[in-house]
Design a protein around this ligand. Structure first.
Ligand code: ATP
Length: 281
């Protein structure tokens, strides 16, 4: 891996107003002192149970939530923690996001061509060039250029997610935040989308911050992983090392909770979970 990371997050904290009625008026830390880094071309998986702060980390990198004092986010050598909105918009071409829900993330009243072309037109790219880049990006996600004239309702969930990926790629980003990009899809479609994302990572030398609660998918897809609990990273490392030799009881519990088809593996995980609970390891 090259020495210079593409993204370095140091001591990131994010606080929100508590939504719990009993704690009205209080703040709580959704992300609490998180540090991580990502090399060019690398994928870091962020795992943890619901509410552990995974999406909030992604949102902080995207500039969508305010960060606490002392937090630092450096992208490609530039400190973007407090980047003003104009600079953030410019960075939008280099950091992109794909969300979980392909149904709600595409505007139903616009053609695919309008949706994909919009960020280019907004930055002054002319109509002809936009048309050709839309066709190019559609071919990258294995779709025909004819798709540009159609509307989101005419596509299946997997096809819409391909379109959402095309939208993320149209301005040639370096970093894509994938926030549960396949969780809303059927298993066979999930595999197709993950394989597509792997091919794109290789061809375009993309880095991914891959947010998922599915550890099997993270293992298949990521180089390293970080395990989050209550807004903190409790364990981090090479995916195989963390999954095969988890150090933290919480990681072992998460691993034991993943449903697996093989009954022997299921038993092994159950046993390792009970040893976590009884503290015998
Ligand atoms: N804009 C917000 N305002 C208030 N609370 C928020 C906001 N965004 C997230 N939270 C809270 O912060 C905590 C972390 O949420 P986050 O979505 O980052 O978790 P997550 O690990 O991504 O969970 P999930 O897997 O369910 O998406 C949760 O308690 C959530 O309710």
């Amino acid at each position: 891996m090259p020495a210079e990371p593409l993204l370095t997050v140091t001591d990131l904290t994010v606080e929100f107003d508590s939504t719990d009625r009993r704690r009205r008026g209080q703040r709580f830390r959704a992300v609490d002192g998180v540090s991580l880094s990502l090399a060019p071309g690398e994928t870091l998986g962020l795992v943890g149970e619901s509410g552990s702060g995974k999406s909030t980390i992604g949102n902080a990198v995207l500039g969508l939530v305010a960060t606490g004092p002392g937090s630092r986010i450096v992208f490609d050598g530039e400190d973007i923690t407090q980047a003003p909105p104009k600079r953030r918009r410019a960075l939008g071409s280099r950091i992109q996001v794909v969300f979980q829900d392909p149904y709600s993330s595409l505007n139903p009243s616009r053609t695919i061509g309008q949706t994909l072309g919009e960020p280019l037109r907004a930055t002054g790219v002319d109509r002809r060039e936009t048309r050709s880049r839309v066709a190019d990006v559609l071919s990258k996600v294995d779709m025909s250029p004819d798709v540009a004239a159609r509307y989101p309702a005419q596509f299946s969930g997997g096809q819409r997610q391909r379109i959402a990926i095309a939208r993320a790629l149209i301005r040639d980003p370096q970093l894509v935040i994938l926030d549960e990009p396949t969780s809303a899809l059927d298993l066979s479609v999930q595999a197709q989308i993950l394989n597509l994302l792997i091919a794109l990572r290789r061809d375009a030398h993309l880095s991914y911050l891959f947010i998922s609660h599915d550890i099997d998918v993270v293992r298949f897809f990521s180089h390293r992983m970080a395990v989050l609990q209550h807004g903190r990273i409790v364990e981090e490392g090479d995916v195989d090392a963390v999954i095969e030799r988890p150090r933290e009881p919480y990681t072992r519990e998460l691993l034991a909770a993943v449903p697996v088809a093989d009954p022997r593996e299921q038993r092994r995980r159950r046993e390792s979970r009970s040893s976590v609970v009884t503290g015998s390891r």
